[in-house]
Design a protein around this ligand. Structure first.
Ligand code: CA
Length: 365
C-alpha cells in the first residue's frame, strides 16, 4: 500500500512539473514503475497440449510468454512446456487444477467429460464465429459463467486465442446426400462428433500422429483438423481429395488457464500484464490464422476438390444439434445456464449481424 501511495504521488508530481513546462524535469516515474515490476521475480510453469513451437497456436504461446517478460521488465517469466514434457497433453487441466503446474494452454472442448457445459465456451457447431464468441465472453456474460464453473476446479481461465472458421474435413469419397455418410469412420471430436454420430458417422478419436496413416490406409474415411494452413502440413490432400467447407467449428476458442491460487498470488501488475498479453495473443492468432490459411489455400494441390456439404446433411446437422443441446440441458443444470446465456447473446447479435456483416458480404460478393 505504501509503495503504491508513493508511486502515485511521485508520478503525479513528475507529471505536474512536466505540465508546468519551465524546464524538462528528470522523469523518474518510468524507473519507479519498472523497478516495482522488477521487485519480485516470478517464474511460472505453463504446459501446453501442443508439440513444441507448434505453428500459430504453439508459437502464439511462445510470443505471449516473451511479451510478459518484456512488459514486466523481466520480472514475470512464464516457462512454456510442450505437451508431454511436464504432463501428458490432455492432463493439463487436472495438473493445473491440482497445482502441479501454474497454467496451461489448450482447447476448451477437451474437458467436456469434466462438465458438458465447458464445451460451449470452446465454441458451438453452426454457431457464433470467433469475433462473436469473444464478444459473448466479454460483454454477454460468458466469461463470468466460465470463471464461476472453472473456480470449482480451482482454475482461472482466459481466452488464449481462437482459430477462426475451421474447414469441415477431408473425405476419401464425395458426399452427395445424407445417405453417403452412413457408416463412415471420421476423426472429429467435440459436439461436432456427437452430431456426426446422429447422422450415421462413427466418430473416432486418434492422436495427431496417427491421423494421416489411418486416412491413407482407409482405417478412417474422413478427418477434420483445422484449416488449409495446418491441414497442409499433415498431408491429408494425398489421402483424401474432397475438402469440405466448415460448419462444426466456426469459431473455436483456445484457453490460457491458471491455477486459481497461482493467479491470486500474482501482483495486480502481473495480472494486468498477462491479461493484456492474452488479448494480444488472441487477436494476433486470429489474424495469423486468416493470413496463413489464405496463403495455404492459394497453393492447395490441383487434385483437391473443394466441396460444400449438401443441404440435407446441413439440415440434419441442425436438427441433431438442437437434440444434443436439449439432451445436455436436461442432464446438466450448468449446461442449461451457459446455453441460456449463449442463446440470449446470439438472439441479440443476429439481427444486427444480418444487416451489417452478412448484408455487406453479400453486397461485396
Ligand atoms: Ca478441428
Amino acid at each position: 500500500m505504501k509503495r503504491r501511495a508513493f508511486l502515485t504521488t511521485s508520478t503525479l508530481s513528475a507529471a505536474a512539473l512536466a505540465l508546468g513546462g519551465c524546464h524538462k524535469p528528470q522523469d523518474h516515474s518510468k524507473d519507479e514503475v519498472s523497478s516495482a515490476h522488477r521487485g519480485k521475480k516470478v517464474t511460472l510453469k505453463l504446459a501446453t497440449s501442443w508439440p513444441a513451437h507448434f505453428p500459430i497456436m504453439g508459437t502464439g504461446v511462445d510470443a505471449f510468454a516473451a511479451r510478459c517478460l518484456e512488459l514486466s521488465g523481466g520480472s514475470l517469466e512464464i516457462k512454456v512446456y510442450a505437451k508431454d514434457i511436464l504432463v501428458p497433453a490432455l492432463q493439463v487441466f487436472d495438473a493445473a487444477s491440482a497445482g502441479q503446474i501454474d497454467a496451461f494452454h489448450s482447447g476448451v472442448y477437451y474437458w467436456k467429460g469434466k462438465n458438458s457445459a465447458f464445451s460451449i465456451f470452446g465454441g458451438m457447431p453452426l454457431g457464433l464465429v470467433s469475433e462473436e464468441m469473444i464478444t459473448w465472453m466479454k460483454f454477454g456474460g460468458g466469461y463470468a459463467l466460465w470463471r464461476e464453473l472453472y473456480a470449482k476446479h480451482n482454475l482461472y481461465p482466459l481466452i488464449g486465442g481462437t482459430t477462426g472458421p475451421q474447414m469441415g474435413g477431408w473425405f476419401k469419397k464425395e458426399i452427395h446426400t445424407l445417405a453417403d455418410l452412413q457408416g463412415l469412420k471420421m476423426r472429429i471430436p467435440g459436439l461436432g462428433g456427437e452430431i456426426m454420430k446422429k447422422l450415421g458417422v462413427s466418430p473416432v478419436l486418434l492422436p495427431a500422429g496417427e491421423i494421416f496413416t489411418s486416412l491413407e490406409r482407409g482405417t478412417i474415411d474422413a478427418t477434420e483438423w483445422v484449416g488449409p494452413a495446418l491441414d497442409s502440413m499433415m498431408g491429408f490432400a494425398k489421402a483424401a481429395p474432397y475438402y469440405y467447407t466448415g460448419w462444426h467449428e466456426p469459431g473455436s476458442i483456445l484457453e490460457l488457464t491458471f491455477n486459481k491460487t497461482s493467479w491470486e498470488k500474482l501482483s495486480s501488475e502481473h495480472q494486468a500484464i498477462i491479461t493484456v498479453a492474452c488479448e494480444e495473443m488472441t487477436s494476433v492468432m486470429l489474424q495469423k490464422f486468416r493470413y496463413e490459411n489464405a496463403k495455404a489455400f492459394a497453393v492447395l494441390p490441383k487434385t483437391v476438390e473443394i466441396k460444400t456439404f449438401p443441404k440435407d446433411v446441413i439440415d440434419a446437422a441442425k436438427t441433431a444439434l438442437s437434440e444434443v443441446l436439449k439432451f445436455e440441458s436436461t442432464k446438466n443444470e450448468d449446461f442449461k445456464r451457459v446455453l441460456a446465456s449463449y442463446e440470449a447473446f446470439s438472439a441479440l447479435n443476429k439481427p444486427w449481424d444480418d444487416i451489417s456483416t452478412k448484408s455487406f458480404l453479400q453486397i461485396r460478393a
